[in-house]
Ligand binder design. Structure first.
Ligand code: HEC
Ligand code: HEC
Length: 454
């Protein structure tokens, strides 16, 4: 009996162990399938939430991140002292809101408290008082400019953001005061005059082997809507024809699907963002581009090792992914109804893709080449001065969506054509197209209609 009990006990035990083994195995297997199943569908489900989070981060970087560049604009050039003026311990009369607006700076209406909006509406805010500019900076309401303050309310330093040049506002409250329009080229902004106001331009003069007075006259020659991103790389301030070498600020929207960026195709969006943040805004990050070691093309960049910038901590590189996604996600805005003649635009579309041959380079709907979007200057019948200031020595086929937002300042890299009609007229003679005046007008209306509403 006793041995039988043991046998039963052992059999029972083995049985339990076996079923337990199977049970655990089955559970493991099912856990495994659940896991892989969950992670696959989970990944897919994560994409929209992830892009939303990354877009917010990118927008914040675009609007508010100085990448530590106040070390240059404030601590080195002392730009903040010109902004606050002598009354707050700086120099000169200071920059009043009226002056700031006339320099093309923009005020973000959504950053203003309702009480201040009411006071502005009733004309009770003294726009000629630099103290009001300081108050706006404290509210983070000056688009693209960040002030750092001392405890007594004076400025300690100042930094700049991408939004300074690539955002404007919709003028909802007053000219220059409204809701942000990210990606729009600020063609009112007189960047040169703003930088020229900085009390200490000796570091720039040293880079260019010249004096501060010369630097100021170059900066003041640019005019609104222009900046020279190549000046501190090659030291070329004037074109052979004596005009300033600065180029127009392009929009930073509608760039998805576009291969190379900038007027002269320096590289991809993340390449240019890294270059701008490090070399133009003078943020503190890392940047590598050995093309800048070419001392014949880029004497200043080569001598100063601008193609090999290393900072610790690096305040830029970790911002590039979100900034990239954000830029590619800003659509080119559709023109307001009634801003172009639809019938003429429809005729213009046929001409654009037909007789006028425009779409051989400006391919619908990205309006640049799908692929290598670069051309020698002679292909579009212009001089190669600006092309030769970039590694590829060519011009990038400019994407045309949203042209209606940047008619101020003209067209082509330096604004040499004042109107779209002048551009079409130029192509008519460049390509011997034989377009009639009406046909040229139709093409202009078509360009004013881009991007077309889906
Ligand atoms: C001081 C004005 C200024 C600031 C600040 C500035 N940019 Fe630009 N940006 C320009 C100018 C001018 C160009 C054209 C440069 C060229 O072609 O040589 C340009 C070109 C670009 C382009 C190429 C657009 C195209 O059509 O392909 C992108 C993208 C861009 N900037 C993004 C940025 C980002 C992101 C920042 C901030 C990290 C920034 N920019 C800061 C003036 C500015
Ligand atoms: C061979 C290629 C090519 C053809 C064909 C061509 N373009 Fe262009 N287009 C370019 C390039 C390259 C630029 C940039 C020039 C510069 O930056 O100086 C440009 C610039 C422009 C601009 C200026 C955009 C801006 O932001 O300032 C407009 C407008 C334009 N083209 C319209 C046209 C029209 C209309 C036609 C047909 C009549 C046409 N293009 C045919 C290559 C071409």
């Amino acid at each position: 009996m006793k041995s039988l009990k043991i046998v039963i006990g052992v059999v029972f035990f083995i049985g339990m162990a076996v079923s337990l083994y199977h049970l655990i195995g089955a559970q493991r297997a099912s856990a495994q399938t659940q896991e892989t199943g969950a992670s696959l569908s989970g990944l897919e489900a994560m994409v929209p939430g992830n892009s939303e989070r990354v877009l917010k981060e990118g927008q914040h970087t675009f609007r508010f991140d100085t990448f530590g560049d106040e070390a240059w604009w404030g601590d080195t050039l002392h730009l903040h002292e010109a902004i606050e003026g002598v009354k707050f311990g700086g120099i000169g009369p200071g920059i009043s809101p009226a002056t700031a607006l006339s320099l093309g700076l923009k005020v973000d209406l959504d950053a203003l408290p309702q009480s201040l909006v009411q006071q502005i509406k009733m004309g009770k805010v003294n726009l000629n008082d630099p103290a009001v500019t300081l108050a706006l900076l404290q509210l983070k309401a000056v688009v693209g400019v960040t002030g750092h303050f001392n405890s007594n309310g004076s400025l300690k330093s100042v930094g700049i953001q991408c939004a300074l040049c690539h955002s404007t506002v919709d003028n909802a409250l007053a000219p220059g005061i409204g809701h942000r329009l990210d990606g729009w080229a600020n063609r009112d902004l007189n960047v040169g005059a703003i930088i020229a106001a900085a009390p200490n331009l000796q570091p720039v003069a040293d880079l260019l082997s010249t004096d501060q007075a010369t630097v100021r006259s170059v900066l003041n020659s640019w005019g609104p809507g222009k900046f020279d991103a190549e000046l501190l790389l090659d030291g070329k301030a004037v074109r052979p024809d004596g005009k300033p070498a600065a180029t127009l600020i392009p929009p930073a929207f509608g760039l998805a699907g576009v291969n190379l960026h900038t007027w002269t195709g320096w590289g991809s969006v993340p390449h240019w963002n890294a270059l701008v943040a490090n070399l133009e805004m003078r943020g503190q990050g890392n940047f590598d581009d050995s093309r800048l070691d070419d001392a014949a093309q880029f004497p200043i960049a080569a001598a100063n090792h601008f193609g090999h910038v290393h900072n610790s901590p690096d305040r830029i590189t970790s911002k590039l992914p979100a900034l990239h996604l954000y830029q590619l996600s800003i659509p080119a805005p559709v023109p307001p109804p009634g801003s172009f003649d639809r019938t003429a635009a429809d005729r213009g579309r046929e001409l654009f893709g037909g007789k006028a041959q425009c779409s051989t380079c400006h391919a619908n709907p990205i309006f640049t080449e799908p692929g290598w979007n670069m051309h020698k200057a002679s292909e579009v019948c212009v001089d190669d001065f600006q092309a030769n200031r970039a590694p590829d020595r060519a011009y990038r086929t400019a994407p045309l969506n949203g042209l209606w937002t940047h008619t101020k300042g003209g067209f082509y890299h330096d604004g040499r054509f004042a109107t779209l009609a002048d551009v079409v007229n130029h192509y008519d003679s460049c390509f011997s197209l034989g377009l009639s005046a009406q046909e040229q007008g139709d093409i202009v209306e078509y360009m004013k209609s881009l991007p077309r509403r889906k």
